[in-house]
Design a protein around this ligand. Structure first.
Ligand code: NAP
Length: 306
């Protein structure tokens, strides 16, 4: 009888010990889960706190670190934003200007004098473009990104358009891009690398009444882009065009309210574009992330052209 009682006691003690063990294992599992969740939250916090653009290799470098970029017409408007965005992403930027010296110098001081320089050059001048491009390569050793942004308008109905207004627009908007590409292509070919981004326009894609000269120059940019893309692709050089719609700059400020309203009615996204809308795409096209994109015309126009 006593033996039976003892056996029962031992059995109960064993039972208690194993349930205590189970509770202990359960508690450990719960605490490991809680700890893991806490660690994950901490990691997320760290990533958010130190979020810098990563380069393609993900080593913490910014996506354009070490690149030298030339942006034409970068003292104001879209070009200014492009220059600042490329610099934000790590590039050294040559801020080209023609008439806006002070504003170009302002861009350089905003970026930081170690990371940018202002260079005057009228892009409609073939020889001056050669001096600018060769000067950059001589001074900095290479040129990696060329953004042809400089542009003007001389709007008017075709019946009244002067030859001078037609020529001036084509000389800056189309020939200007030819000049810089022509001079930079030698360096790009030697480097077996290079990014060319030409700023076209929705007017070049669709045409626009009152802008025959401007639309012709911007459509010409598209033909230039596709031909250069085909010619230089085998050496790893890409050439693309960006076609902005209605972007708020001094170029569009001069439009009458009626003209602005007429354009607005054609924008499915029902807002005007910002210079940042263009600059972010240009920065992407300039990066290694866009290495398989060439000969394209990418519209940034709120859906005006689709
Ligand atoms: P913006 O505010 O009028 O600026 C034009 C820029 O071009 C200025 O920085 C100007 O430099 C430069 N430029 C003009 N002639 C030049 C020359 N001969 N040499 C060097 N630079 C010259 O115009 P934006 O709106 O920023 O336009 C920028 C580009 O986007 C242009 O190609 C334009 O056609 C195109 N785009 C604009 C829109 C829009 O809605 N804003 C739409 C489609 C396409 P200086 O002041 O130093 O002379």
């Amino acid at each position: 009888m006593r033996n039976r009682i003892n056996r029962m006691k031992t059995y109960r003690m064993q039972e208690q010990a194993s349930s205590a063990k189970l509770i202990f294992i359960g508690l450990r599992l719960v605490s490991v889960k809680v700890l893991n969740r806490y660690r994950k939250t901490q990691e997320l916090r760290v990533i958010k706190k130190d979020s810098v653009p990563q380069d393609a290799a993900g080593k913490g470098k910014r996506m354009l670190t070490g690149k030298v970029a030339l942006v034409t017409g970068a003292g104001r408007g879209i070009g200014r934003e492009i220059a600042k965005t490329l610099a934000r992403d790590g590039a050294f930027v040559v801020v080209n200007y023609n008439g806006s010296k002070e504003r170009a110098e302002e861009v350089v001081s905003e970026i930081g004098a170690k990371h940018a320089v202002a260079v005057r050059c009228d892009v409609s001048d073939f020889a001056a473009c050669g001096e600018m491009v060769n000067g950059i390569v001589k001074e900095y050793g290479h040129l990696d990104i060329l953004v042809n942004n400089a542009g003007i308008t001389r709007d008017g109905l075709i019946m009244k358009m002067s030859e001078e207004d037609f020529d001036a627009v084509v000389a800056t908007n189309l020939k200007g891009a030819f000049h810089t590409i022509r001079h930079a292509s030698r360096t790009f070919l030697k480097q077996r690398a290079g990014r060319i981004i030409n700023i076209s326009s929705v007017s070049g894609v669709m045409g626009n009444a009152g802008q025959a000269n401007y639309s012709a120059s911007k459509a010409g940019i598209i033909g230039l882009t596709k031909s250069v893309a085909r010619e230089l692709a085998s050496r790893g050089i890409t050439c693309n065009a960006v076609a902005p719609g209605f972007i708020e700059t001094e170029m569009t400020d001069v439009m009458t309210d009626a003209a602005k309203e007429a354009v607005m009615s054609q924008i499915p996204l029902q807002r005007t574009g910002k210079t940042t809308d263009i600059a972010e795409l240009v920065a992407f096209l300039a990066s290694d992330r866009a290495s398989y994109i060439t000969g394209q015309v990418i519209s940034v126009d709120g859906g005006m052209h689709m």
